[in-house]
Each structure stands twice: as structure tokens, then as C-alpha cells.
Design a binder for this molecule. Structure first.
Ligand SMILES: *[C@@H]1O[C@H](CO)[C@@H](O)[C@H](O)[C@H]1NC(C)=O
Ligand SMILES: *[C@@H]1O[C@H](CO)[C@@H](O)[C@H](O)[C@H]1NC(C)=O
Ligand SMILES: *[C@@H]1O[C@H](CO)[C@@H](O)[C@H](O)[C@H]1NC(C)=O
Ligand SMILES: *[C@@H]1O[C@H](CO)[C@@H](O)[C@H](O)[C@H]1NC(C)=O
Ligand SMILES: *[C@@H]1O[C@H](CO)[C@@H](O)[C@H](O)[C@H]1NC(C)=O
Ligand SMILES: *[C@@H]1O[C@H](CO)[C@@H](O)[C@H](O)[C@H]1NC(C)=O
Ligand SMILES: *[C@@H]1O[C@H](CO)[C@@H](O)[C@H](O)[C@H]1NC(C)=O
Length: 889
């Protein structure tokens, strides 16, 4: 059922490549355009604010929202407590009755069209129960997604580009037994000349970036006629280009892409010559992907000057070579393609050999293509009775949520009703001719109602009908002969008791009453099988350009020294004192001839065949020197034994200091210093070493403390020696430790800087809370540290998070900030995690806060800090647990 889970795990890493250096002039940014407001909604828009009493114009977006009363017949309204969210989130409609409740949207453009559909949710404790429900969304009969919210004030929306085969689109909320379904808002936008129309299939947006614009906002309506939300983003390693000239959008195939999106672009920093974007998408590994690349040349390139030419590769398919014309947009949408490497989506934009300039990219969209149709339409008519709210949407689908009182057969192309039991349903009028359409019917029970009129003859024409119960009604006239015959032949179990006016013989006179029965047409819509939709959002951390101070701090190449095994024996006095037993083997205490204390790590025998490059690695590691990295002093590499000799860290590892059994408690100041030290060490590995060293297994037990409680990172670079990375950038061998391990890296085996950042975030949370990365609750369920921290932080309760052993003796501002940093590091979307240079400088700011703070200033600042944190958490933590998109509002 993995595909049904709303949880997406996406490994996204933007990798950008280059060979060649070219300089580019940057133009001045365009002045922001006045946002025009529309008095009414645009054509093709249905915007519904669920649970409000009245329609209104949202001043902020210029979108006209309707109340939902005309779109659904069930449910109740409630308002949520005011908070930090936009107007559409302030009310909800919830559905306490029935398993399936639906909204019916009837866009005027009708069927066979593409519609962008977004459903918005914020729980906001509207029912004062403090229990966040979980439920499913269906579009027609097809599963779309599970709505799963992590905390009460999380704002989330789910988006899909839906190809509708029917004029009416039913969005159904299905109660799966985990609380009452609710909804905050619902939006539908018709996509006219849609570039997304591929084989009548639906698309789940994964990414939609407006690249190269560093304004921290999103482009949407009415800059985007379809109200798509483009997240502005400039990845590291790229320069932004922009123009303030007019983009000639009319000239091309891309009338639908907002002008603003074309005005900015990214270009790889020289000497790189390609834009590589690969990411991992676990839950859709067997699906096709579809991408649209949006380009417009923003530099005026004259004849004779360096020219730009490039080609695109998307999951192995090539497009191009492409040259751009100044200010003329060009959109290239790919053919749907599965991954070449399972689960990996690969985009490369590479300069051709003739090109003088590196490629550019103005905007990028990537989608999962959902499965094509699986069944056909079946028409049926039936009674519409209000005995039960389950009678909404399709009678037979979804399978577990059929209407009450009926059973369906699912053998053929489309589901069919095989039994219908409407006994004791207070039905009046006569027996509907519509039953004649239910050809697969085997059992019909209409007993105990107040049906009048005759027993229709068509009931005998239902070929498979074996049970017909019409007892206890007010039927009149005679029983049709064919029915009597079938019954006499034992083909039909017919029950007509307690119809006092019914003539049980063929000769009876016909009754002339002819009441009209209320009949409602219900179309059994059979639709695209949808699995899941949720979009990802990328929003930069506000960056201060990395001042890679640490690069200067690491320097001097140490004298590399190789020891013999005998020397190791002597240094450790025949392995007298074990310091610890680590992942790669035991660590012994030792003393060199010059009395330097060392830790000798004897690598375990079992993994020795993986040590091919051991010596090369060891020599490499010996040139890595930084005050926050445990220095490798030497190694032993004889044929049978391999060992690494490190500087000795008197105070052992950080985990031991944080553990409950530790005698001494690190104070807040010490903790922040340790965090800042570790951050600097890691930053040096990432940014100070070329090629960067990825630690892969950062955790509190790999952070060691010396006599001055200065923190140093240990065990870096080691896992490289154990892996066989000859050709692929995807390492198959898992590394890392459960609880610290980036879920994406774990899934893909692809470790990069951002997976280290994740581990650092967990480490920082441990430092703040004193709690381990994972705990088990009373039921033995694993709880990750971030999962219990977030709800508490959401309540603004920093004191319940910080290690109780500090007894409240810490500075609140710096604690808020530290938590904020930690949570940004553990975002599930790798590219949204900060770089270690940012983490390091933010932690230094934390230290600055505690040095500056006075009690009065402190309490004022606390509130401000908190507001800001909660705002940013709304954006971030939504991603931490469920990886859903936050609201654009
Ligand atoms: C980017 O992609 C190109 C083409 O596949 C490849 O040659 C290059 O090595 C890649 N660069 C990086 C850093 O992955
Ligand atoms: C960047 O985006 C903002 C907000 O959408 C817009 O006002 C601005 O014009 C854009 N900058 C450029 C250079 O296009
Ligand atoms: C959609 O098409 C109609 C008619 O062709 C046009 O009036 C309308 O402006 C279009 N809408 C968009 C968003 O392009
Ligand atoms: C239907 O319910 C059964 C049992 O409750 C469950 O095992 C199955 O996964 C459900 N199927 C769907 C499509 O939800
Ligand atoms: C229809 O439902 C009623 C009450 O739920 C039950 O007593 C009756 O046996 C059912 N009829 C059939 C044909 O299953
Ligand atoms: C009636 O039942 C038979 C045997 O189960 C089946 O093959 C046939 O398709 C059914 N007829 C209809 C109209 O569903
Ligand atoms: C018909 O319905 C009545 C009342 O629900 C019940 O007593 C009887 O057993 C039913 N007969 C059949 C054939 O299902």
C-alpha cells in the first residue's frame, strides 16, 4: 500500500556541472508590477471556501471565493481559532455522518478537459478535540491521496492536474476510521490550451520552480492565468540572470507561462557547463515522469559574440540542440518517460561543443504521470433516499465504500450492482423502471416499504435475478406471469407477502394508480486511477553568503605516518584499554613515543575485503586538518591488520555526556559551543575539501570532546573506504545510523552534503533536548526526536523541549533559534535544508545572543523570535512529517 501513503520521500539534489568559464552581466531587477485585482473570478475558476456563510472577494489574491453550500449537501460548518493563516483556512466543513461525502464540481468547460485541482486543509482544532483526523480523498471513484496532517496548525494543500472524463467532478472525502473528514477550501482551474494534456492522463506535480528570482515570494494568480504556484528558487552554485525587457510571450507556444517566470534564469557558475538536476522519488518508482523546461534568453547576444546552444536529456531521452532567441520564450515538454535508474528522475541541460556559453534555465516543472483509465462508464438510475449519507458519489466505488445496502461485482470492465437491499427504507411510489438497467442484479429486497403500483414485468427480464422480496408493501394489481413462472421453476425466490391489495393470480384487475417515484440519475463515473497527490515546495532559507572562515582554519598537511602492526601493539600496550566498540571495530587507548595520547581504531576483520582503497583513504584523511575534526595521526596497513590512529579525546563522545547516566550535565552555553564546533567541522568537510567529504554517519557518538570540551567530529571519510563507488554516484551500500539517517539517502543510498545536514539536525536536537534520536513509546513504537519536538514547539513551549536537566537555566532566544536551525536541517526535501555554512553561521549567532542578552531585552526578544519561528515552522515542519506542500498564502 506504499503508493497510497501520502508520505512522499523525495531525494532532491541539485547538482550542477561545469567545464568552462564565461562571464555574464547581470541586469537590474524589474520593478515589481502592481498586482491587479479582479472583481470576479476568472472564467474556468471554481474557488470554494468550505464552511463559510457568504461568498467574498479575497483581497490578497484577487480570487472570488464561493461558499460551499451549492457544492455539497452534507456536512457541517465550523470556524477555527484565529491564527497565522489565510482567510480560506478560517472555516472548515466537516462530515461527521456517512463514510463518503462528496463535493460535486461542474466546470462549464465540461468533460475531456484538464483541470488543476487543489484541496486545502488546516485542522486548527476546530472541534476542540485535539485529535487530528486522517482520511482519504477520492476523485470520482479513484483514490487520490490520504490527508495526513502532523500538527493542528499545519496548512496543507494537495494538487493534481486532473483529466476529467465527465462533466461532473466528484471530490469525495472518505472516513477511514481515523477521525472525521474535513476540508478548508477547494479550487479548480480549467487549463485551456494545456501543455499538460498527455494521453488523457492526470499528472501529479512534484516540482514547479521559477528559477533565478531571489525575491522570496511565489508567482501565482493573476500573473499566472491558471493560478499555478511557482516557487522562486535559486540553487547554490548558480548565478541568477534577469532582464527588465519585455518578454515576447505571444511569439511562442508558451502563452500560458507567466511572463515573470521568464524574466529570470539560472546559469551554472563557471566553469560548469551543465545544469544537472536529479532526484529520487521513492513512491513512484514504476511511473512515468513528465517535465516541462521553460526558457527565454535574457542576455542580448550579438552576432560574432559567444553563442549559447544546449541540449536536454530527460530520463535518457534527448531533445535539441536548442538555441534561444533574445526575449523569446520557449517551452520544451518531454515525452513521458520512466526512470532509467529505478526511482531516479534525471534532467541534464548541457552546452553543446559549439556553445561558448553555459546553458540557462528559466523555470522547471516535473510531474508523475498517473495511470491511464482502467474501466468504462456504466449508467444507472436509482432511488435517491436520504436514509444514509453513504449514498453519494459512485454506488460501487471505491470498493470499500460502496453505498450501504448494495453489493457490487467487480469482475468485468466496470463494477456492477449485483444486490440491492432497500428493505425498511421508507420508499414510496412505484417500482422504478430504472431497476431494469441493473442487468447483473441477483438479489433485490424492497420489502417493508410503502411501494405502490404494480409489480413490473421487467423484473422477470433480469437474467440473473434469483431473489426478489417485495413483501410488506402496498403493491396492487396482479403478478406478471413470467415472474410467477420463474418462481414456479425454482429459478427465483419470490416473496410477495403482506401486500394486501396484490392479486397473486394472473387474472386480477390492473390497478390504475400511477404515482411518480422520485428518481435521480446518478452516473457511475469511472475514472482515472489516481494514487496520490501532493506537491513539493521549495523555498530557500534566507542565506547569508557563506564566509568560509573555516577554510582558512584548516591547513597544514601533517606528516603522514604509517605504523607497523608491532608498533600498534606497543602503542596500545597489547590492546590493554578499550575505549569503545564502534561500527568499524574496537577503539583502544594508546600512547606514542612522545607521550601523545592516541585512540587506535582497529578495523574489524569482517569487513576487510572492503578496504581496498584503505591506504589511499587513510592518506587522504591525514591531510584533512581542522580544529573541529579529530585528526588522523597515522595508520597501519599491513596485510592482515588495518588500524587508524587518532588524536585522543579525553572527554569521550557527546552521546555519553547527554545520556541519562552521565554524571555531569553540559550547560546551555557548552551545548551551543559544541553545536557550533561540530557545525564548523562538518562545514569544513563539505566546503573546505575538494572533492567534498561526506561524513555519512554523523551522530552524537561521533562527536568527541577534548579536555576543554571543544567538539571534534570523528569517523569522517571512513565509509568511503568501504564502498565501491567506481562508476556510479549512487552508492549501493547503506551507511549511517538509524535515527540520524536522511530518509532519502536511506532509500536511494545516495549520500550527499544534505544527508549530512539532516544528521546534523538530529544531533542538534539531541543536544538541545538531551534525548536520544529515537525512543520507543509505551507500545514499543519508534518515535523520532523531531516528531515529538514539533508538536511541543508548535504550542510555543520551548521549556518542555530543552533538556530538563538544565532546570530552565538557558536563554530562550538562543534556544528558539537553535530549534529553528535543527528543524530546518531535518526537512525531508534535501534541497531545502541549509548548507552547513549557513548552519554554522546561524549557530554562531546563537552564541552571540547568549553573550549579548540581558533579562529585559531577552523577554521582549523572545516573543518576536517566537512569532518568526512559528511562521517559518508552518512552512517547514509541514514538510518534515508529511512532506506536503504548505499553503501559498
Ligand atoms: C552532469 O551530467 C552530465 C551528463 O550526464 C555528466 O557528464 C556530468 O558528469 C554530470 N555532472 C555531475 C556533477 O554529476
Ligand atoms: C521576482 O519576483 C517578484 C515577485 O513575483 C517580481 O515582482 C519581480 O519582478 C521578479 N524579478 C524579476 C527580475 O523578474
Ligand atoms: C481560455 O480560452 C477562452 C476562449 O478561447 C479565452 O476567452 C480565455 O481567456 C482562455 N483562458 C485562459 C486562461 O487562457
Ligand atoms: C478494504 O478493506 C480491507 C479490510 O478492511 C483492506 O484490507 C483493504 O486494503 C481495503 N481496500 C482498499 C482499496 O482500501
Ligand atoms: C435486507 O436487510 C434486512 C435488514 O438489514 C435483512 O433482514 C434482510 O435479510 C436483507 N435481505 C436480503 C435479501 O439479504
Ligand atoms: C449472469 O451470471 C452469469 C454467471 O455468473 C454471468 O456470466 C453473466 O455475465 C451474468 N449476466 C449479467 C448480465 O451480468
Ligand atoms: C423478505 O423480507 C422479509 C422482511 O424483511 C423477510 O422476513 C423475508 O425473509 C424476506 N424474504 C426473502 C426471500 O428474503
Amino acid at each position: 500500500m506504499g503508493g497510497r501513503k501520502a508520505m512522499l520521500s523525495v531525494t532532491q539534489c541539485l547538482i550542477f556541472i561545469m567545464l568552462h568559464a564565461t562571464f555574464v552581466n547581470l541586469n537590474v531587477a524589474v520593478a515589481p508590477e502592481e498586482r491587479r485585482k479582479l472583481a470576479t473570478d476568472a472564467s474556468g475558476f471554481i474557488s470554494i471556501d468550505c464552511g463559510v456563510g457568504q461568498d467574498y472577494l479575497d483581497e490578497e489574491t484577487g480570487i472570488f471565493y464561493k461558499s460551499d453550500k451549492d457544492f455539497t449537501s452534507t456536512g457541517e460548518n465550523e470556524y477555527i481559532a484565529p491564527g497565522y493563516f489565510g482567510r480560506i483556512y478560517q472555516s472548515v466543513r466537516f462530515f461527521p455522518k456517512g463514510r463518503k461525502n462528496c463535493y460535486t464540481l461542474r466546470p462549464e468547460q465540461g468533460k475531456n478537459q484538464n483541470y488543476l485541482i487543489r484541496a486545502f486543509f488546516i485542522y486548527g482544532n476546530y472541534d476542540a478535540k485535539n485529535q487530528i483526523p486522517r482520511f482519504d480523498l477520492y476523485l470520482g471513484v479513484d483514490f487520490w491521496t490520504t490527508v495526513q496532517l502532523s500538527y493542528a496548525s499545519q496548512q496543507t494543500y494537495y494538487e493534481i492536474i486532473y483529466f476529467s472524463l465527465y462533466d461532473a467532478i466528484n471530490l469525495c472525502l472518505v472516513n477511514t476510521g481515523y477521525g472525521t473528514p474535513f476540508i478548508s477550501a477547494l479550487e479548480l482551474r480549467h487549463m485551456n490550451h494545456s501543455i499538460y494534456r498527455i494521453d488523457s492522463r492526470s499528472l501529479l506535480p512534484l516540482e514547479r520552480y521559477d528559477l533565478g528570482n531571489s525575491t522570496n515570494s511565489d508567482v501565482r494568480f493573476n500573473d499566472d492565468v491558471y493560478d499555478r504556484v511557482w516557487y522562486q528558487f535559486t540553487p547554490n552554485d548558480y548565478i541568477s540572470l534577469n532582464t527588465n525587457s519585455n518578454i515576447d510571450v505571444q511569439s511562442t507556444n508558451t502563452v500560458e507561462t507567466p511572463v515573470d517566470v521568464f524574466r529570470t534564469a539560472i546559469q551554472p557558475r563557471s566553469p560548469l557547463r551543465s545544469i544537472n538536476h536529479t532526484f529520487m522519488y521513492n513512491y513512484y518508482y514504476d511511473y512515468e515522469y513528465y517535465a516541462c523546461f521553460h526558457f527565454a534568453e535574457v542576455l542580448q547576444i550579438s552576432q560574432g559574440e559567444p553563442q549559447r546552444e544546449f541540449s536536454i536529456t530527460f530520463n535518457g531521452d534527448n531533445y535539441g540542440p536548442i538555441t534561444l532567441q533574445y526575449l523569446k520564450p520557449l517551452t520544451i515538454c518531454t515525452r513521458p518517460r520512466k526512470s532509467r535508474i529505478i526511482g531516479y528522475v534525471e534532467c541534464f541541460i548541457i552546452s553543446t561543443a559549439q556553445s561558448d556559453l553555459p546553458p540557462i534555465l528559466n523555470a522547471l516543472e516535473i510531474f508523475v504521470v498517473l495511470l491511464p483509465l482502467v474501466s468504462q462508464t456504466q449508467q444507472m438510475q436509482t432511488y435517491k433516499i436520504n436514509k444514509d449519507d453513504s449514498w453519494q458519489g459512485d454506488p460501487c466505488l471505491p470498493r470499500n465504500y460502496t453505498w450501504s445496502g448494495l453489493n457490487c461485482g467487480y469482475d468485468g470492465n466496470s463494477p456492477r450492482i449485483i444486490s440491492l437491499n432497500l428493505s425498511e427504507s421508507k420508499l414510496t411510489g412505484n417500482i422504478s423502471p430504472s431497476f431494469s438497467n441493473l442487468k447483473a442484479m441477483q438479489s433485490l429486497d424492497l420489502s417493508g416499504n410503502e411501494l405502490t403500483g404494480i409489480v413490473p414485468e421487467f423484473l422477470a427480464q433480469l437474467p440473473n435475478l434469483t431473489v426478489l422480496n417485495l413483501s410488506g408493501n402496498k403493491l396492487t394489481g396482479s403478478v406478471p406471469q413470467p415472474l410467477v413462472q420463474k418462481s414456479n421453476n425454482g429459478l427465483l425466490q419470490l416473496s410477495l407477502n403482506r401486500n394486501s391489495h396484490l392479486c397473486q393470480t394472473y387474472s386480477c384487475e390492473k390497478n390504475k394508480h400511477n404515482f411518480l417515484l422520485p428518481v435521480v440519475t446518478s452516473v457511475t463515473t469511472v475514472m482515472v486511477l489516481l494514487f496520490l497527490s501532493s506537491i513539493f515546495v521549495c523555498r530557500r532559507m534566507r542565506k547569508q553568503e557563506a564566509t568560509s572562515q573555516s577554510k582558512k582554519e584548516g591547513s597544514i598537511i601533517s606528516k603522514n605516518r604509517s605504523f607497523s602492526y608491532l608498533e600498534i601493539v606497543s602503542i596500545t600496550r597489547n590492546f590493554e584499554t578499550t575505549i569503545e566498540e564502534g561500527g568499524f571495530g574496537k577503539v583502544y587507548f594508546g600512547t606514542l613515543e612522545d607521550d601523545t595520547q592516541v585512540a587506535v581504531k582497529l578495523l574489524s576483520q569482517y569487513s576487510r575485503q572492503g578496504y581496498k582503497e584503505f591506504q589511499a583513504e587513510a592518506q587522504l584523511l591525514m591531510i584533512v586538518h581542522h580544529k573541529n575534526l579529530v585528526s588522523l595521526i597515522g595508520y597501519c596497513d599491513d596485510s592482515h591488520n588495518k588500524a587508524l590512529i587518532y588524536e585522543y579525546m579525553v572527554n569521550g563522545n557527546l552521546r555519553d555526556h547527554l545520556s541519562e547516566t552521565s554524571g555531569i550535565t553540559l550547560n546551555w552555553d557548552e551545548r551551543l559551543h559544541i553545536a557550533a564546533d561540530a557545525a564548523q567541522g562538518l562545514e569544513y568537510l563539505h566546503n573546505g575539501c575538494k572533492p567534498p567529504i561526506i561524513h555519512r554517519d554523523l551522530k552524537t557518538s561521533n562527536i568527541l570532546l577534548n579536555g576543554k570540551l571543544q567538539a571534534k567530529i570523528a569517523d569522517f571519510g571512513l565509509s568511503r573506504a568501504f564502498t565501491n563507488e567506481s562508476c556510479s554516484h549512487i552508492t549501493t551500500r547503506p551507511a549511517g545510523t538509524f535515527g540520524y539517517l536522511d530518509p532519502e539517502a536511506q532509500a536511494s543510498g545516495n549520500f550527499n552534503k544534505k544527508s549530512d545536514v539532516y544528521s546534523f539536525g538530529i544531533t542538534l536536537l539531541e543536544l538541545i533536548t538531551g534525548q536520544p534520536a529515537i525512543k520507543r513509546d509505551v507500545n514499543g513504537e519508534i518515535i523520532r526526536i523531531q516528531h515529538w519536538v514539533i508538536p511541543i514547539i508548535e504550542n510555543g513551549d520551548i521549556r518542555s523541549i530543552v533538556d530538563p536537566r538544565l532546570q530552565g537555566d538557558f536563554d530562550t532566544n538562543s534556544a528558539w533559534k537553535a530549534v529553528e536551525i535543527a528543524l530546518s536541517c531535518v526537512l525531508n526535501t534535501a534541497i531545502r535544508r541549509p548548507d552547513m555554512s549557513d548552519v554554522s553561521s546561524e549557530l554562531k549567532e546563537c552564541l552571540a545572543i547568549i553573550n549579548l542578552v540581558t533579562p529585559v531585552v531577552g523577554s521582549q526578544r523572545m516573543d518576536r523570535g517566537r512569532t518568526r519561528l512559528i511562521n517559518s515552522l508552518e512552512m517547514r515542519s509541514s514538510e518534515i512529517d508529511t512532506e506536503m506542500a504548505p499553503s501559498p498564502r
